[in-house]
Design a protein around this ligand. Structure first.
Ligand code: ARG
Length: 290
């Protein structure tokens, strides 16, 4: 070994030794100090996690993406409310037909699923303040002669079972009409329209507009009718859960006040909610075939 390389060796060894020493010190410092005597401060209450049911076949309100995650406008609204109100939510995909039973039995703490607030439903569940304006809209094939709801009277009409669309069509065609074709989901009803199994589908405007826009191959058009009564969506809770209801309403008011709601709305519908005639604003002008 030359003198130079020996010195170099010693330098390196010194550095290594110093490094080891530092590491040892560092390690020592990592050892947690003995716990300090506990003060009388109470432990914070654990954050509550509520189970939220949603029929995730209702884009853009709730649907499943390719990763199987539940996504959509309702999901973002619910998450934002939860963040403000200080609780957590876990979404569970729940078929529409069993969704209110699941709520009544306590299997779900809440339901957010584009649920229209109706007098009848209010008998068996509580609703938050409204968070979305909607109306029924008719989907037909591009070459259809239908121009208004009453034109459906003698035709085959597809609806999702137990929805407000089902109610409206049942009223027009009659309770025992065999021309009403009921489906487990709205996309299934629209698929049936595409293959010619029904002449029209009646469902919530937001979902119909979204479906028609995303399925150009289906050759659909939409027909609106002022006959359809305005609807409002609310978050459904089991009857009598006043404490949670108040929290949800407070969270909803907060996200409306601070612009969060408007940001989510714009993200999904391309424009902020119109102050007047919000439901009409959702359907593209070209969609009205009157
Ligand atoms: N708004 C309509 C109703 O309350 C339809 C809602 C259907 N929602 C769904 N996620 N499938 O009856």
């Amino acid at each position: 070994m030359t003198a130079l390389s020996t010195r170099r060796f010693l330098q390196l060894a010194g550095i290594t030794a110093a490094g080891l020493l530092l590491a040892a010190c560092g390690k020592k410092e990592e050892t947690p100090p003995p716990p300090a005597p506990v003060a009388s401060a109470p432990a914070p209450a654990p954050v509550k996690v509520y189970t939220v049911g949603t029929d995730a076949a209702y884009a853009p309100f709730e649907s499943q993406n390719e990763q199987g995650e539940i996504v959509g406008f309702d999901i973002e609204v619910m998450k934002a409310i939860a963040a403000k109100a200080g609780f957590e939510v876990k979404f569970v995909n729940t078929p529409w037909e069993g969704i209110f039973n699941a709520l009544g039995q306590g299997d779900r703490d809440m339901v957010i699923s584009a649920v229209t607030i109706t007098e009848e439903r209010k008998q068996t569940m509580d609703f938050s303040d409204p968070y979305f304006d909607a109306a029924q809209l008719i989907a037909v094939k591009e070459d259809s002669k239908i121009t208004k709801f009453a034109d459906l009277k003698k035709l085959k009409v597809g609806v999702q079972t137990g929805t407000t669309g089902d109610e409206a069509v049942t009223k027009l065609l009659g309770k025992n009409s065999t021309n009403i074709k009921r489906f487990e989901s709205t996309p299934l009803a629209l698929k049936e329209l595409e293959v010619g199994g029904v002449d029209a589908v009646v469902a919530d405007n937001g979902v119909v507009v979204h479906y028609v826009a995303n399925n150009p191959g289906g050759k659909f058009k939409t027909v609106s009718d002022a006959e359809f009564v305005p609807e409002q969506y609310g978050i459904a809770l089991k009857k009598g859960n006043a404490e949670l209801l108040a929290l949800v309403n407070k969270g909803l008011a907060d996200i409306k006040a601070d612009g969060t709601y408007e940001r989510i709305y714009t993200q999904f519908f391309g424009a902020p909610p119109a102050a007047a005639a919000p439901a009409a604003a959702m359907a593209p002008a070209s969609a009205a075939s009157k």
